[in-house]
Design a protein around this ligand. Sequence first.
Ligand code: UD1
Length: 421
Amino acid sequence: MDSIVVTGGVRLKGQIPIAGAKNSCLALMPATLLTEEPLVLMNAPRLSDIDAMGLLLRSLGVHVQASEDGKVITMSSNGPVSTMAEYDIVRKMRASNLVLGPLLAREGRATVSLPGGCAIGARPMDVHVAALEALGARIELKEGYLHATAPTGLKGAKVMLRIASVGATENVLMAATLAKGTTVIENAACEPEIVDLAECLVAMGARIAGAGTSTITIEGASRLGGASHTVIADRIELGTYMMAPAICGGEVECLGGRIELVRTVAERLAEAGVSVEETGRGIRVARGNDRIRPINVRTEPYPGFPTDLQAQMMALLCIADGESRLEETIFENRFMHAPELMRMGADIDVRGGTATVTGVKRLKGAPVMATDLRASVSLILAGLGAEDETVVNRVYHLDRGYEHVEEKLGSVGAKIERIQN
Ligand code: UD1
């Protein structure tokens, strides 16, 4: 398994282009199942999670083709499709469950493996199931698979989500576009990726109002057509690269980043003494010689501080001048990076969902282990700000969510190298 070796202590300077959003693209790709016409996604990120979704869709019978540079994905399924999403694919990537709603809407049935737990928590599917049942689906759990049927089709209904789950909102939104009548999703997730999905569905002919708010209304259509859609910028990649100059010092302009995607992140960074400003082309982040100020951060659904940037923020707060508190409210077990950061000299006390981080002047390089996607990158960032060399082992998670991380950080001066083991 590959490792990433970073040598800390270099100030960063330059520009980093931000890719299309992984989490948007993973929801947009299954939308191809809602039409027999081609769906073309532009600005797709080049990531192993996107390849995995491509594989899953191919296994269902969708024709999936990526351009040579991987940025344009063309999909079409004008023939019969399989309705079975196998465990072997789903277990590797939870977002595979996003084929459930579209398959049910198209074929009236779907058999989708339960994803199982992952490093950051149990991540159940009950909200997805209850929402699709509200549209008239019958769903049974047998041998680890959700067996869903809607023999007489899905019918629009009022759907109240128990929690504002991103994936459940996406699943029911897609399913409702082909249901009979009107669906109203209450307590819907408001993430920008939901808005991106809704815009693509509207371009395909769906009638949707309220995406980006907690109430989404969908008027079902009898069919949807093809579309070409440009994937929005990845706010998590953006936030990650905004943390890099904050940790290392220097100045980085994140090209293509828009402040409304990361407003809370920008506010927290400014509170910590980091300069964040919009340029015509993106967002410039800079830090001089002053120490980072300690701050308190609580993860929340959008527009709050994203859980997917909590590990990176922890890496920054490890070198703050005082005590910070990080509260994780979305996932129950998302501090696995803390013990790894402590191997680098960080002072972190985790109690339940709260981590108290007492800043030290500098971290020290060490061999560390990546436990999940965002933890991997937080260890790289920590290493870039640390003394000497840090070896981040087991980085396969990284390629799921960050394209060309070594090139992007290397191009702004970071000393970073991938070792293929
Ligand atoms: C999406 C993102 C992920 C991000 C997360 C929260 C994608 C592909 N992934 O994941 O990067 O960290 O949003 O912003 O877009 N839950 C239940 N029952 C359910 C569904 C969810 O209890 O049926 C719980 C989860 O365990 C978790 C919380 O709800 O604690 C939020 O999960 P959810 O919003 O569904 O996250 P995902 O869509 O899986």
